[in-house]
Design a protein. Sequence first.
Length: 208
Amino acid sequence: MSDPIKSQYDQHPLDPNDHSHDDDKVDLGNTQSPELNVAWTKHPSFNNDPRDIDEGPDSGAANNSPATDAQEFSIDLQSVGTQVESMLTTARGLVSQYEALRSKVLASEGTVFGQKSLEDPDEGFFDFSDGVYTPPADSTPQPTVWAEPAQKFATTMNPAQEKALQNIGNTLERVGEYIALVNHSGQVYAQTDRQSIFPAPPSKGVLG
């Protein structure tokens, strides 16, 4: 047998005879993945007054800079509404794919690596000299040689898969929060526009 070829790119190749790290376990912390759904079938109308958003205690330091006059600006609320609807459509597709993946992973992680693989026992022995068949002593299917190493592999891989699902779910939650903030901004601008009217003149006319 020839010696293995040394790669110039891999300075630390895997040594199959090195079992010093077999029992090393990485603590991934909480690996519970969130169950997601898109709450809105259609974005709340900009004609509805916005609700207060609690930014929490870590939203940043107060801005003490002096107030300045607002400059002219404009906003196309119809375009904003269209974009919010487009983001909602994309989010529903992503959440649907995430939930399908999450269900498949969580339902199969106990068997997917062959942890419970079984094989039939020996078929027994047939003596051709006298035509007598001797059945196996135990006809119960037995774990394959792959079952035990698969179980050890699963103890490391399953938490890693669950952590990956958690990260995907958390990212999609942030997407949902972003969509809600954009829609809230549209409601704020619309409310401001509805209230941007001159007050009625004094009943006795203008003095001066």
